[in-house]
Design a protein around this ligand. Structure first.
Ligand SMILES: Cc1cc2nc3c(=O)[nH]c(=O)nc-3n(C[C@H](O)[C@H](O)[C@H](O)COP(=O)(O)OP(=O)(O)OC[C@H]3O[C@@H](n4cnc5c(N)ncnc54)[C@H](O)[C@@H]3O)c2cc1C
Length: 307
């Protein structure tokens, strides 16, 4: 399974494969399990249908010129306007490489600040995704700078990285939002725990920090972005033993993954959101979803034969 995971993650960066996969209808059918459609309207319709709050993110990373990055910024301004008009409970999550981080950090920050200011005018939250370790320092740095402009900014942190425990110690005093995930990129063993059981254990240790009395005193909005039933159970138990009520815990899951558990969490009284990805740049993202659960490759194969 580890080999298949590595192959899928390597494949996620292959242009050759991307160009071919996007042409095939059966691949698009399989993708629709994780994505309600390519447009923001499809994502908003899915929000209505789900009846829970969502986080929307447009697929795509590493833009190749700054005009594209400005286009992404304009896109999110338009999304925020649609959300305002619809009255739906929707937040947005952005990738810094999509806002131009590879090309100009200054321009990237300018684009992000434009979004942060718009979100502030609407009294909403904005989230920053975390990408591979090539970007961790810059992402956390930019997050800290945005927090100075507006405190309802959140950033994602990855439990598979050794450094995250240390990062968390410096991030917690800032308050703001912290979304804990396991991590979806291919990282070397000197940066990330190679064994899944170590990642899971580190996730729980970080969850303890996120739910600590100190973190709560600082007003941290802690999000547990995971589908892992064991971890979710342990975090719920930790909440109970720490004297928290169900609504003090917030979980987020990806659209289409473990739907029954999504309903259960919402019904249990926890805060809960579904992260919906949309857009036409779905290839690398979809390969990462396959790598998370190589059994999904079977699902693609089945859709091939079900044509
Ligand atoms: C809200 C949210 C935001 C995220 N943001 C980021 C980010 O900014 N940066 C980043 O690196 N990663 C991000 N991720 C992805 C994350 O890093 C993991 O790759 C992903 O969540 C799978 O890990 P898991 O915690 O669900 O645990 P796993 O141990 O991978 O999975 C636990 C169980 O969940 C189910 N499951 C998990 N994935 C799938 C799947 N693809 N298909 C079907 N079933 C599945 C299976 O039943 C599996 O046994 C995000 C995830 C979520 C939920």
């Amino acid at each position: 399974m580890d080999i298949l995971r590595s192959v899928l993650l390597a494949g996620s960066q292959s242009r050759w494969l991307r160009e071919r996969a996007q042409r095939y209808g059966f691949v698009r059918n399989a993708v629709s399990r994780f994505m309600p459609g390519e447009t923001v309207e499809a994502a908003l319709d899915a929000t209505r249908a789900l009846g829970v709050g969502t986080v929307l993110t447009q697929l795509g990373e590493n833009v190749s010129d700054l005009e594209q990055a400005r286009g992404v910024t304009r896109h999110y301004l338009d999304v925020l306007e649609r959300v305002r008009q619809s009255g739906l409970d929707v937040e947005i999550s952005v990738k810094l490489t999509q806002l131009g981080l590879d090309l100009s950090r200054e321009e990237c920050e300018k684009n992000l600040l434009t979004l942060v200011e718009r979100v502030r005018a609407l009294s909403r939250w904005i989230w920053i995704d975390i990408e591979s370790t090539a970007y961790t320092d810059r992402t956390l740095d930019i997050y800290r700078r945005m927090m100075a402009a507006y405190p309802r900014v959140g950033v994602c942190i990855q439990a598979y990285l050794y450094r995250t425990a240390e990062d968390l110690r410096s991030l917690l005093p800032l308050g703001g939002g912290l979304r804990l995930v396991k991590g979806a990129y291919r990282e070397p063993p000197d940066k990330a725990f190679p064994k899944k059981s170590d990642v899971d254990e580190n996730y729980f240790r970080l969850a303890e920090q996120l739910l600590s009395a100190d973190a709560r005193a600082k007003g941290v909005r802690a999000i547990f972005g995971t589908h892992d039933p064991v971890l979710i159970g342990r975090i719920e138990e930790l909440g109970r033993t720490s004297g928290l009520s169900p609504e003090d815990l917030e979980f987020q899951m990806l659209y289409g993954i473990r739907r029954q558990e999504q309903e259960r969490l919402a019904k249990a009284g926890h805060k809960f959101r579904v992260l919906i990805s949309y857009g036409d740049a779905w290839f690398a993202w979809y390969m990462r979803r396959l790598a998370e659960r190589p059994a999904n490759v079977l699902f693609v194969a089945k859709s091939l034969f079900a044509r």
